[in-house]
Design a protein around this ligand. Structure first.
Ligand code: ZN
Length: 116
């Protein structure tokens, strides 16, 4: 995991809506102070593992498809985003700093992937 701080990238790529984004093998932060945020960094580390097991491109395809389906269902960006299986796993375990040591492969599938 390579951590990069780029307020410019974050402002224009995610329109300032996030503190960090994981683009394997990079984690881009919008501010240097986030390097010390262990919960945020653990969240992004979980996304790194998800991206590796989905061969990176599979992660982005499924992430986008799931977001679109959920956006159509909920008609709300934040609700759709939070219900994405990858995000559910990351949010559920971001505070468990030992989660990745015990996480099984494809753990995000056990989330609500087949639920709306
Ligand atoms: Zn996330």
């Amino acid at each position: 995991m390579i951590v990069v701080v780029s307020p410019f990238f974050m402002k224009y790529f995610v329109a300032g809506h996030a503190s960090a984004i994981t683009l394997f093998p990079f984690v881009v932060l919008n501010h240097e102070r986030h390097r010390e945020n262990v919960v945020l960094m653990n969240h992004e580390r979980i996304h790194i593992e998800q991206q590796k097991e989905m061969l990176v491109v599979g992660f982005y395809i499924l992430y986008l498809l799931e977001y679109i389906v959920r956006l159509l269902a909920y008609k709300n960006h934040f609700a759709a985003y939070r219900q994405i299986s990858f995000e559910q796993e990351a949010y559920d375990y971001e505070e468990d700093l030992y989660y990745l040591q015990k996480r099984g492969r494809w753990a995000w599938i056990r989330r609500s992937y087949f639920k709306l």
